[in-house]
Design a protein around this ligand. Structure first.
Ligand code: F6R
Length: 603
């Protein structure tokens, strides 16, 4: 969680840091700050809320970097973990000699703080981060050497963190450390420039090569270049800033919904060839000795995994269970080597999923990550990585990550089915034909978008929403409810349709909105009777189906297709658009909903 940036060079560092923070704003936006060191003088700016507030504050000050010849700066956008989102708790934190920005959590901060307080240190914030500058001060007072003091400081820290630190004593240096939270460093395109960021998007366009630091690597950036504590690997930075722009859409979320048909095509490229499903990333012997699949993920990725668990059992005929990573970690799970362990993550950084992956790997299981971000922490740990190729997802509410994950997992189910000989060739050809139709089902039709826009007016009030479905439409119902909750702040639940009568139906009345997923090709008659039961108890029904349903108060007509998975993707788009339009109508920030961040790197 949180985003950090750093810069040294001859350009207007203030603007470079602000632009970088805007790129990272999706990681957290409770507060932001920057510290700029120029000609030995340090300027610190902090503001609560979005980066725009910080920018306004700087613009309204007398501060001006335009004429400076060389400057060094660090910046941070925060998603509060320890201490409320206030200016005092915002980064950079300052001590007698240093300024620090930090991403992650210092787990032993209380112990360090108590120890330093006995030496007279006074803490002003409620954060874990502030111990870093005090520790640095403590050691610097003894050894009067910034590099040594920094090394001693980081040796004391436990937890997952990445850090940038600047000092008054050696003003031409940035000290850095990476342990558990991501940090990338690059030489800029202009002479003498060095840039840091907690993900590569702020670096795109400003640099060509990058080092994604490994855990435990620390070092110093100075006018003489970069010094690392150990050998590092240089990678080529992607040159795709255009992904990060809205392309004329109102929100990133909207753009990403419309993009789904293309990115799903990309995620299939090369993987469907010669009438077969191929995954070059997977070893031919992968399924040898495997009797079970266990999936772990969080949030939307969990919903993709739950969908896949139906497909793995149905197509690959292999036992498959799925768990929420934060639960899995602490239940002392029984891990046996005949289990293939799959984690799913858009970011590849979600702390609980990452930890679950490490547990499975340490227990000797074969591990796979289905991930959207190459070079992320999970891709570096798992035995195999299957990239979803959705491109940068900026909207905090995940959309295209889910559709690409689901398609990739479906293809994996077919791939395993083929290896395990649980699918006939005819059936495989039929599934491949359907897979190729998915982009068409994800295409946003004007009438459907317009209908969602119109209906959004009706579904603003009431005492709650139930999204109901059966089979794979149950995880889809969960995903629809999550989308609505995240960006509209309305209460919504996803429920298996057949389970309503075991309790929740007691809530039914006209103020209870039921969003019913009614596919033609999977248990239509069953879901129909579940919805009739709710309608008989006066719940307001919005049916999403290719078949007309007369009892519905509102009806969103999806295209007729010949397979339930195509209906799945047709309905996915409707659910995404409906929640987006309700959020717009309520005047909410669609791309940056309150209290959320894009990448949850704390447990
Ligand atoms: C919902 C959403 C979150 C993420 C969850 C896992 O729209 O984005 O629920 O799905 O935080 O994130 P990843 O997939 O990055 O592990």
């Amino acid at each position: 969680m949180c985003g950090i940036v750093g810069y040294m060079g001859h350009q207007n560092s203030n603007q470079i840091l602000l632009d970088g923070l805007k790129d990272l704003e999706y990681r957290g936006y409770d507060s932001a700050g920057i510290a700029l060191l120029e000609d030995g003088k340090i300027n610190v700016f902090k503001a609560v809320g979005k980066i725009k507030n910080l920018e306004d504050k700087i613009n309204n000050s007398t501060f001006d970097t335009k004429n400076s010849t060389f400057s060094i700066g660090i910046g941070h956008t925060r998603w509060a973990t320890h201490g409320k989102p206030t200016e005092l708790n915002a980064h950079p934190h300052s001590g007698a000699y240093s300024y620090v920005v930090h991403n992650g959590i210092i787990e032993n901060y209380k112990e360090i703080k108590a120890e330093l307080e006995t030496h007279g240190h006074k803490f002003v914030s409620q954060t874990d981060t502030e111990v870093i500058v005090h520790l640095f001060e403590f050691y610097f007072n003894q050894i009067k050497d910034a590099a040594k003091a920094f090394k001693q400081t980081i040796q004391r820290l436990e937890g997952a963190y990445s850090i940038l630190l600047i000092t008054k004593s050696e003003p031409n240096k940035i000290f850095f450390m990476k342990h558990g939270s991501p940090l990338a460093v690059a030489y800029g395109n202009n002479t003498g420039e060095i840039l840091f960021a907690s993900s590569d998007s702020p670096l795109i366009g400003l640099a060509s090569n990058v080092v994604y630091l490994e855990d435990g690597v620390y070092g110093i950036a100075s006018t003489n270049g970069l010094i690392f504590s150990q050998d590092v690997k240089w990678d080529i930075l992607p040159n795709s800033k255009q992904f990060a722009q809205k392309d004329g859409f109102r929100f990133f979320m909207e753009k990403e919904i419309y993009e789904q048909q293309d990115v799903v095509t990309d995620s299939m490229l090369g993987r469907i060839a010669d009438k077969q499903i191929n995954f070059d990333e997977l070893d031919d012997t992968l399924m040898d000795g495997i009797n079970e699949i266990r999936i772990c993920a969080c949030g939307t990725s969990y919903h993709a995994g739950l969908t896949a668990s139906y497909l793995f059992e149905r197509l690959s005929k292999i036992r498959c269970s799925i768990e929420i990573a934060s639960e899995f970690r602490y239940k002392d799970p029984l891990l046996t080597k005949d289990t293939l362990f799959i984690v799913i993550s858009q970011s590849g950084e979600t702390a609980d999923t990452l930890e679950a992956l490490k547990m499975a790997k340490n227990a000797g299981l074969k591990t796979i990550v289905v991930c959207n971000v190459d070079n992320s922490s999970m891709t570096r740990i798992a035995h195999s990585t299957i990239l979803t190729r959705a491109g940068i997802e900026k909207g905090v509410a995940s959309t295209k990550a889910f559709s690409t994950q689901t398609v990739v997992l479906w293809m994996m189910a077919l791939y395993f089915a083929k290896i395990r000989k649980t699918i006939t060739d005819d059936k495989l050809q039929e599934e491949i034909r359907i897979l190729r139709e998915v982009p068409n089902s994800l295409k946003v039709e004007n009438e459907v978008h317009e209908k969602c826009r119109r209906l959004s007016k009706r579904y603003l009030h009431g005492h709650g929403f139930f999204f109901i479905g059966r089979d794979v439409f149950f995880p889809l119902a969960l995903e629809g409810a999550l989308k609505l909750k995240e960006i509209s702040y309305l209460h919504a639940e996803g429920y298996p349709a057949g389970e309503m009568k075991h309790g929740p139906i007691a809530l039914a009345d006209p103020e209870l909105f039921t969003i019913a997923l009614m596919p033609q090709h999977l248990h239509y008659e069953k879901i129909k009777s579940n919805v009739e039961e709710l309608s008989a108890r006066d719940s307001t029904i919005c049916a999403i189906s290719p078949l007309r349903f007369d009892l519905a108060d509102d009806f969103i007509n999806t295209k007729k297709t010949d397979h339930y998975m195509l209906e799945f993707f047709e309905m996915l788009v409707v659910l995404q658009l409906l929640s987006m339009e309700i959020s717009v109508r309520l005047g909410n920030d669609v791309d940056m909903p309150r209290n959320l961040a894009k990448s949850v790197t704390v447990e």
